[in-house]
Design a protein around this ligand. Structure first.
Ligand code: MN
Length: 322
């Protein structure tokens, strides 16, 4: 998915000053962002006061939307640098095409993982014949400096490890590692993304790592995480320092656990780019507008996205806090 803001704000993020070393329960409200003509998404990251959770730097939740008589998701070709995108669906399907020539329909509970590395372009659309409901999350992972110029790649993993915990909790490991089970998706930092399904009456304690920071994105139902009731489309930031996370639900519910080692490098995020400097961003924008670096996406019925104007104030990553 693309950031379709016409005037996207620059976000400076990374470093440790926003990281809570101790457990906290910080409820983040979503910001509603229009995506195309018929869709809105709820943006949880970046959020006022919270920009990253581990290497996770962008979190959108969308649906469930009834798109029976709608085109659904229609995101024209657009570029990325410096990140990975994770497509995760509960309902519906998304057709991914990219400048490597990939063409892949991603279905519910399958991982679509795109590593932009130095440069990639892609489009995402609901196929012409699509399911009635579309419900999912679009997530970005920042690449560390040592790997941000890596070759672009697209991975599709229809089978992912599952953990049946006690107390009614069932987990699918989408990315990274949870409780000894590892996703086949390529990662570049210590990270976890897991989809947690909670049966009615769930009362569980999920083992987690004290050196990771975590957040939980509520997908459906009425989960309670560490005593906080979560409405779908909201996110609870949990900080670091936990060995177990209490999760319960009276009714059938689902949440995504997002976590990782705090991301210490300073970043500049603007539009669909993650860089280290204003120059990185300006160069990427120039390449998308006039260059050939990103390549072509073939097969999308429509024009590619034009880059917005750069903001008038130079983009700067913030200095390291320690
Ligand atoms: Mn995208």
């Amino acid at each position: 998915m693309s950031n379709l803001d016409v005037k996207p704000a620059a976000t400076e993020c990374g470093g440790r000053d926003g990281v809570s070393g101790a457990p906290v329960r910080d409820l983040l409200a979503p910001r509603t962002v229009p995506l195309g003509e018929s869709t809105v998404v709820r943006r949880l990251l970046p959020n006022l006061g919270r920009r990253m959770v581990g290497a996770w730097c962008f979190v959108d939740h969308y649906g469930p939307d009834d798109i029976a008589t709608e085109p659904g998701m229609q995101v024209p070709p657009h570029p990325h640098i410096g990140l990975q995108t994770v497509s995760w669906l509960h309902e519906g399907e998304v057709l991914h095409r990219d400048s490597l020539g990939s063409e892949q329909t991603v279905r519910p509970r399958e991982l679509g993982l795109m590593t932009s590395g130095r440069a990639i372009a892609h489009s995402e659309e609901s196929p012409r014949d699509h399911a009635r409901y579309l419900h999912g999350a679009q997530l970005w992972v920042a690449l560390p400096d040592a790997h941000r110029h890596t070759a672009p790649a697209f991975e599709h993993h229809p089978r992912l490890p599952e953990i049946t915990g006690g107390g009614g909790l069932h987990a699918t490991v989408v990315l990274g590692e949870l409780d000894g089970a590892a996703s086949p998706g390529t990662t570049y930092t210590p990270i976890v993304g897991a989809d947690l399904t909670l049966a009615p009456g769930t009362a569980a304690r999920l083992p987690v790592q004290p050196d990771f920071e975590y957040a939980v994105l509520a997908m459906s139902g009425e989960a309670e995480v560490d005593g906080v009731r979560l409405a779908p489309g909201s996110m609870l930031y949990l900080g670091c320092g936990r060995r177990a996370l209490p999760i319960s639900a009276d009714v059938s519910s689902s949440v995504m656990l997002l976590g990782g080692e705090p991301f210490e490098e300073r970043l500049v995020m603007w539009w669909n780019f993650v860089g280290r400097s204003a120059d990185d961003i300006a160069r990427a924008r120039e390449e998308w507008t006039n260059g050939t670096l990103f390549g072509e996406v073939h097969g999308y019925d429509g024009e590619r996205l034009a880059a917005p104007e750069l903001p008038p104030v130079p983009l700067k990553p913030r200095g390291r806090a320690r």
